[in-house]
Design a protein. Sequence first.
Lengths: 402, 260
Amino acid sequence: MKNIFTIFRKELRDITRDRRTLMIMLVIPLFVYPAIFVGISKYISKQTAAAGQEVLRIGIIDNGNAQKFEAFVAQMPNSKIIHLQDTTLAKGMILNDSIDAVYYFPTGFDTALAHLEPTAFQYFFTSTNNEFEVGFIDNINSTFKQHLVQTKLAEVHVSETILEPAKSISRNLASTREQIGSIVGGILPYFFIIFCMIGCMYPAIDLAAGEKERGSLETLLVSSASRFEIYMGKLLTVALSGFLSAMASIVGLIISAQIVGADSGPGEDSMQMASLLNGIIEAKTIFLILIILLPLNIFFAAVTLMLSIYARSFKEAQSMITPLMIFIVFPSIFGMLPGVTLDYTTALVPILNVSLGAKEIISGNVQMGPLILTYIALFAYAAIALIVSVRFFNNEKNILRG
Amino acid sequence: MIEITNLSKTFSLSKQQKKEMGPEFTGSTVDAVKNVTFTCVPGRVFTLLGPNGAGKTTVLRMIATILKPTTGTIKVSGFDTVTHGTDVRNRLGFLTGSTGLYDRLTPDETINYFGRLNGMPDDLIQQRKKELFDLLGINDFAHRRVGKFSTGMKQKVSIARTMIHNPEVVVFDEPTSGLDVIAAKSIIELIRDCRKKGKTVILSTHIMSEVNMLADDFAIMHKGNLIYNGLFTEFKNNMKEATLEDEFIRIALEHDHALV
């Protein structure tokens, strides 16, 4: 036990003196979340401010046949009417962004409306326009049609209730945290998992294949420490490194919440994001996430260390461990999909169970049964990986392969 | 004391290794060491001579408990290497040509680390470290990281690491390979010093001049077999060729013919 601690302390000192490891283990996880959330928040604020000032340029080709529509649009705020003569020119103007949308009305449009005869109009736009412009056009279309119906009903003295005899009023019982958490909750575990893996990867390569290559593993094996002690000292270092990466990303989340919160005004979208982040950084949420990440790190440490021990060189270890990322990224992304939830089956699928478990912990909508099964499954997988990895380390064929 | 009796080591080969052995190789295993028996006694240097691939390093790795024998036994200071590995390692120092140091640690930290791993109390580590650092002239760079040291400086630290727990048995596996003349000289002096202090020394080398300088007891390994084992003075007296190199080649060829 004393030797395990001695080796652990030395390995920790060794990797923390390596700038590359520190960068991968702590600095990147620390800054990724602030970069994402502060970036998104700034972008949302900028877009909202720009949308408030933007004037939508609407072209009309009607030859005097759509007076009602023109009058309707003219009274809408933030809109400007431009009269055009033909659709070819109009399409070119939309594509080169000198106009936002163009409405084309056929001859006799107003007359047809007046006589309740069927008619139609076309509008041209690009769906790749920004969200504000597309929304504005949709709003014009729907409110104009509504306006026509209301006017006609008023003329014939019929109540508008005929169109909607009973209103349906929705009451969403999901809290704001649950609603936002269900959207962004999947992204956070993805990064937690990736950071755990990246945090384990580099130290594992350095402490096994790197030592083999430098010739220091042989001298360590000749010391009085047993192979099990050497292995455990290294494993604890690698697992701690992955865990510290995840912790650094949580600190990054806290920093994000502070920055986003400080920059946002009441009612702004970014304020909602700040409140979500503050919700996540509750002690209970962090505790539950850390417990889920603990066995995951042991699992990652055991697997990466096993491959690294087998590799002949640092380079070979890198090429063996890097493809593992595919097996980690795929279930992590699958867990982000809507409708995929943590149940008694998904709780048994490694990585996916972490992704879903963390997602549900973040959205505050976790079911304890599947979550407990997730913990049990993860500790079981970590124990299996550990046993296999120890046996692998004890095999002289693997340790001296080279 | 090292007592080796009927020692053999067989490695099973992977598909890739079989391919590398060439088309004429049909087996699935390789006998790296075949029924080797010898004894190394305290206060004498036992020199193991042989070309690359003779099985010298495999024997030394089995003595150091890194590898397990397939058959036969090795006893170091009376302890079996398989059943009492920790007791063996407590009494053993192992030095190779590759210094095998940690670039990001200082000599001071390296020696503390290996002292602790070898179960030494802190005060003894400090006392022993001071002696070794004074003797080897490490004090000037004791608190600088090893990464940028010259080969000679690294070799000094490597010697201090090997000797920190004052081992009864010291194993030298081609300790001067890749070293410059000055660094190699410090190793030769260390081996002589170990002999003087009554330690059991086993030296593996393929450099004839080292054998000439250091050998008390002498053995030749060739293709996994021990083809000569005796006193070095006797060997020299009975040489049929003019030089040690030529005599070694003669014995090796004679052994090859005997096998055919």
